[in-house]
Write a protein that binds this ligand. Structure first.
Ligand code: PLP
Length: 403
């Protein structure tokens, strides 16, 4: 008999967003006349900048001609995009070499795929967390050490809770789902810890372009990070590329473990298992990093952040316990009346026709919490605010047994 990877049986049956969509669709089927407001999924809702689409169209069209037809792209990306990324990092005084950058088709893919480079390890993951870190680590068979991000530690993890040992450490800043963001001192603690313990940090900065406080956008802004950290970045939320697919990872040249070089290993892995991102898409990504492109993309980011601000204000006025952050499209708050995350999900769906994400979907540390997303459409945000303001939860509300 063929051996299968039995670690899959350790995963939750359903991915959180699948479960949310199933409950939402069932409700909509049974209540066809009700308009549901989607404040849940972390997908972008605003269209791409026109100029960016024009550039991509033009590049694709050119391929009708013999002269400009292109086959497989270079596995790790075209130089024009890598050069644009080098310049983008320079703006924050981070100097990268072109061959430290690997263009890919999604941060979500790289987050899991890079476990190919490692044997079995202790993996440190925040609880609650973006589910891909946890699920990928489980699938690979790693031992997982969960660190709680709570109100008590301001939702910011510290290595102080860990024993002196070597770990793979997933960090995400600004954080999904909480929105909390490392400042320089708290991130430096992790870099110092990783260097001392010969650990590797996998730093996910998918939301760096949402930062407005004085916080590091890239881990390489911290001294010593090039000796211990891989960075994962994405055009998905920065440039609206969730459907277009383009991201990149940074593997510094001097990341060596046990005589092996992680940069060379990732290069080898990608050349074997990945055939690159289409030329015209990389051209679109390159525009997103140009000065015009940054300004265009910023307009959408500002709208998403305003959405998050509006919903946060409303929840604060209604005395919800909300995490206040300036750097994220997400709004993380405690469910009222001590409801569990799923109880509150069902309550919101049945009574307000609002769809959000139950915090428990991000791990046990998210129980009793909830996430709204500023990526929702503005009209849905405005309508949701109206509903939340006009229809308050009665203090004696009994949890809906329908779930
Ligand atoms: N990392 C984080 C923290 C995310 O929240 C997401 C998507 O929501 C991703 C990575 C996935 O990005 P991509 O669309 O590039 O796969």
């Amino acid at each position: 008999m063929i051996n299968v990877n039995k670690n899959f049986s350790l995963l939750e049956n359903n991915y959180i967003f699948t479960e949310v969509n199933q409950r939402r669709d069932k409700y909509q089927q049974e209540n066809k006349d009700k308009k549901l407001l989607q404040l849940g999924v972390g997908d972008v809702s605003l269209p791409l900048p026109k100029k960016m689409v024009k550039i991509m169209q033009k590049e694709l069209k050119k391929q009708c001609g013999k002269k400009h037809f292109r086959g497989y792209p270079p596995e790790n990306g075209y130089d024009f995009l890598k050069n644009a990324i080098v310049d983008y990092y320079k703006r924050r005084n981070v100097i990268l070499q072109k061959d430290e950058i690997f263009i890919s088709n999604g941060a979500g893919c790289d987050v899991g795929n890079l476990l190919d480079l490692f044997g079995l390890n202790k993996v440190v993951i925040q609880n609650p967390t973006y589910p891909a870190y946890y699920d990928s680590s489980i699938i690979a068979g790693n031992e997982i050490i969960l660190l709680s991000a709570t109100k008590e530690n301001n939702y910011i993890l510290s290595p102080d809770e860990l024993e002196f040992d070597s770990y793979l450490i997933y960090l995400c800043s600004p954080n999904n789902p909480t929105g909390a963001t490392f400042d320089y001192a708290s991130l430096k603690k992790w870099v110092d810890f990783a260097n001392k313990t010969k650990s590797i940090i996998i730093f996910d900065c998918a939301y760096e372009s949402f930062i407005e406080d004085n916080c590091p956008h890239f881990i390489y802004e911290i001294e010593g990070a090039k000796n211990c950290a891989i960075e994962i970045a994405s055009f998905s939320k920065t440039a609206g590329f969730t459907g277009i697919r383009c991201s990149y990872s940074v593997f510094p040249k001097n990341l060596n473990i046990d005589g092996l070089n992680l940069n060379s290993m990732w290069n080898r892995r990608q050349c074997t298992k990945f055939n690159g991102v289409p030329y015209f898409i990389q051209k679109g990504a390159c525009y997103a990093l140009s000065s015009d492109g940054i300004l265009e993309c910023k307009k959408n980011i500002i709208t998403y952040k305003e959405n998050a601000f509006l919903i946060k204000q409303c929840l604060k006025e209604q005395k919800y316990d909300v995490l206040d952050t300036n750097n994220s499209p997400y709004v993380w708050f405690k469910c009222p009346n001590n409801m569990s995350s799923w109880e509150y999900f069902d309550y919101l769906l049945n009574e307000y026709q609002i769809v959000g994400i139950p915090g428990i979907g991000f791990g046990s540390g998210g129980e009793n919490y909830f996430r709204f997303s500023g990526f929702a459409k503005r009209e849905d945000i405005v309508e949701a605010i109206k509903r939340i303001k006009t229809k308050k939860i009665p203090p004696n509300y009994e949890v809906n047994p329908k779930s």
